[in-house]
Design a protein around this ligand. Structure first.
Ligand SMILES: Cc1cc2nc3c(=O)[nH]c(=O)nc-3n(C[C@H](O)[C@H](O)[C@H](O)COP(=O)(O)OP(=O)(O)OC[C@H]3O[C@@H](n4cnc5c(N)ncnc54)[C@H](O)[C@@H]3O)c2cc1C
Length: 276
C-alpha cells in the first residue's frame, strides 16, 4: 500500500516464500483491505474454496448453528475464501514487488536501531550466516556494516555498500584512513587523483589516505562493493548519513557529517564532473 503511494519500501523476510504457514480461513471484512491491495481478482479466479459461513465448536464438542454472513452483510464480501497460506502469501509478496517493493528474503531482523524516537535502521542476520547492521546507504542502496571500531579494536571498518546505477559519492579525501574497495559485483569507474580507472567484479582498489577520489556505478544494475577503511571510524559517516531524511541530501549537511568523520569533500560526483 505504501509503495503504491510512492514510498520506498523494503521488506525483510526471514523465510523464503512460498513456505508453509498456518491460518487460512479469511473473514468477510478482509475483502476491503484485499481490494485496496488489488488482489480480489486473484482470489475470484483462484481455486480457493468459497466460504459463506462459520460454525463454532465448543470445548465440549457441541456444534453451533451455522452463521451465514449474507444474513447480516449485504455486500460482495459476505462470500470469502479458505486459502493455502503458502500460495496466498506468495501472491501478496509478488503483488508488493510488482508495486515497487524491494524484497530481501532469508533476512532475520534482530533489532531495530533508533535515534531518539526515530527508526533509522535494523540489525539483521542473513540465513547464509552473513551478519551486519543494515542501514540506508549514501549512494542509492543499503549499506551493511560488517566490522567497526568496537569489533576490531579500532583497526578497521568494513561494510558492503550497494550502489545504484549512475550513483556515486562526490570527489573526496579521507584525511586519516586508507581505503580499500573489493568489487563484489558490477561495473564501476573510479577517479583517483588524475587517473580514471575501470573496475569490475573481482577488482581490488587501494586508495591511500589523503588521495582525492570518487567513483560511479557505470553498469545497468546495482553494484556491490566491499569497502574497508583502516583505521576504523568511517562507519560514523555512514550512520550519520542514514539519519538524514530520505530523498535528495542537503549538501551542507553532507559536508558537515563528512567533515566530522575526517572526510573532506573537494569536488562533485563523477557523473557531474565527467558530463561537463
Ligand atoms: C493455529 C492458528 C490458526 C489460525 N487460523 C486462522 C484462520 O483460520 N483465519 C485467520 O484469519 N487467522 C488465523 N490465524 C491467525 C493468523 O495466522 C495470524 O493472525 C496472521 O498470520 C498474522 O499475520 P502477520 O502478518 O501479523 O504475521 P505472519 O503471517 O506470521 O507473518 C509474519 C512474517 O514475518 C516473518 N518474520 C518473523 N520474524 C521475522 C524476523 N525476525 N525478521 C524477518 N521476518 C520475520 C515470518 O516469516 C512471516 O512471514 C491462526 C493462527 C494460528 C496460530
Amino acid at each position: 500500500m505504501l509503495a503504491s503511494k510512492g514510498r520506498r519500501v523494503v521488506v525483510l523476510e526471514r523465510e523464503k516464500f512460498p513456505r508453509y504457514h498456518i491460518g487460512e480461513s479469511l473473514i468477510p471484512y478482509t475483502w476491503f483491505t484485499l481490494n485496496r491491495l488489488g488482489v480480489v481478482d486473484w482470489l475470484r479466479q483462484s481455486a480457493c474454496p468459497r466460504k459463506y459461513s462459520v460454525q463454532f465448536v465448543s470445548i465440549t464438542g457441541k456444534v453451533s448453528q451455522p452463521f451465514y454472513f449474507f444474513q447480516t452483510i449485504k455486500h460482495e464480501c459476505a462470500q470469502t475464501w479458505q486459502v493455502w497460506r503458502g500460495e496466498f502469501d506468495q501472491m501478496l509478496l509478488d503483488n508488493a514487488v510488482g508495486k515497487g517493493v524491494e524484497l530481501r528474503q532469508h533476512v532475520s531482523v534482530r533489532d531495530v536501531l533508533m535515534d531518539g524516537s526515530r527508526v533509522v535502521g535494523v540489525r539483521a542476520d542473513t540465513k547464509d550466516g552473513r551478519e551486519g547492521e543494515e542501514i540506508r546507504g549514501p549512494v542509492g542502496g543499503p549499506a551493511l556494516i560488517k566490522a567497526r571500531a568496537e569489533t576490531t579494536n579500532g583497526a578497521f571498518t568494513a561494510l558492503v555498500n550497494a550502489i545504484a546505477p549512475r550513483q556515486g559519492p562526490p570527489l573526496h579525501i579521507h584525511v586519516r584512513e586508507d581505503e580499500m574497495y573489493y568489487v563484489l559485483g558490477g561495473q564501476l569507474r573510479f577517479k583517483i587523483g588524475d587517473q580514471m580507472l575501470d573496475a569490475e567484479t573481482g577488482s581490488f582498489v587501494f586508495i591511500p589516505r589523503g588521495t582525492e577520489h570518487c567513483f560511479q556505478n557505470v553498469g545497468g544494475d546495482a553494484a556491490q562493493l566491499l569497502v574497508m577503511f583502516a583505521p576504523a571510524g568511517m562507519e560514523r559517516f555512514f550512520e550519520e548519513h542514514a539519519k538524514l531524511p530520505a530523498g535528495p541530501v542537503d549538501s551542507a549537511a553532507y559536508v558537515s557529517i563528512a567533515h566530522a568523520a575526517w572526510m573532506e569533500v573537494v569536488g562533485p560526483p563523477l557523473a557531474e564532473s565527467e558530463s561537463k
